[in-house]
Design a protein around this ligand. Structure first.
Ligand code: MLT
Length: 254
């Protein structure tokens, strides 16, 4: 794992493989290890850049509020320092919200784009309220409650739940709190989708218990040129549940 100073933090990232640059952004509340199973399947096709988003993994924990735009600016700063002008950007779930913020601010830097188990709309009021309640719970009691609520929603596969639980269990409370608030305050990106001129890939499990597959079908409808892969009996973590199919879909960005 390497570290680079971007904006006000040290951002940790892994870099592996050869080919066109492809950034893999993990979801909440995880880190770059989420992608471990697909990295070997993609490293012959891409120069993979796999950061820990601010607060998560080995990146600096930030105690003040931040937004999806801050996460996106971190990625732009990372690419700047690596001398990469343009990259394909892949986001899983919350990483997809970061990818959308990146595409909004830096469209000229996007060579391709993928949403894995993600969505474009902002939170409805009750979901937003739930995020703030979860953030308060984490502040008061720690991360255990969120970990136990989320693990079974990621996947029905108990072995993969254990992997997800382990990654979630390593993250700092401040990363949870910062991300929950950033997700609650994120903008609606629905209208942004129609401006996407670069190749777009959508990967979603039809058994996703966290973000219903209908959200992915809506993205497909808004971006008719997108390559849409709906995975049968797969939940919220296709990179773990169907690594081969997920990697194959992403290879269309090479
Ligand atoms: C994620 O997996 O990143 C989150 O569940 C996304 C969300 O809660 O909206």
């Amino acid at each position: 794992m390497k570290k680079i100073k971007v904006n006000d933090i040290e951002l940790a990232y892994a870099r592996q493989g050869n080919g066109k640059p492809l950034v893999l952004l993990h979801g909440f509340p995880l880190d770059h290890h989420l992608w471990d199973d697909v990295v070997p399947l993609l490293e012959d096709s891409f120069d993979l850049i796999i950061p820990d988003l601010r607060g998560f993994g080995d990146s600096t924990t930030v105690d003040r509020p931040y937004t999806m735009d801050d996460y996106a600016t971190d990625i732009a700063g990372l690419l700047d320092q690596l001398g990469i002008q343009k990259a394909a950007v892949v986001g899983h779930s919350m990483g997809g919200y970061v990818a959308l913020a990146f595409a909004k601010s830096y469209p000229e830097r996007v060579s391709g784009f993928a949403l894995v188990s993600s969505q474009a709309p902002a939170d409805p009021p009750e979901r937003k309220e739930g995020r703030y309640k979860s953030a308060a719970d984490v502040q008061e009691k720690g991360i255990g409650g969120v970990v136990e609520t989320m693990a079974p929603k990621f996947t029905v596969d108990l072995r993969l739940q254990a992997i997800a639980r382990e990654i979630m269990g390593r993250q700092q409370p401040a990363a949870y709190i910062g991300a929950l608030k950033a997700m609650a305050e994120r903008m609606d990106s629905t209208s942004l989708l129609s401006s996407f001129l670069f190749p777009v890939v959508i990967v979603h499990g039809d058994a996703d218990a966290l973000i219903p597959v209908d959200r992915a079908r809506e993205v497909k409808a808004s971006v008719p040129h997108s390559y849409y892969v709906e995975l049968k009996n797969v939940g919220h973590v296709p990179m773990l549940e169907a690594a081969k199919e997920t990697a194959e879909a992403l290879k269309s960005l090479a």
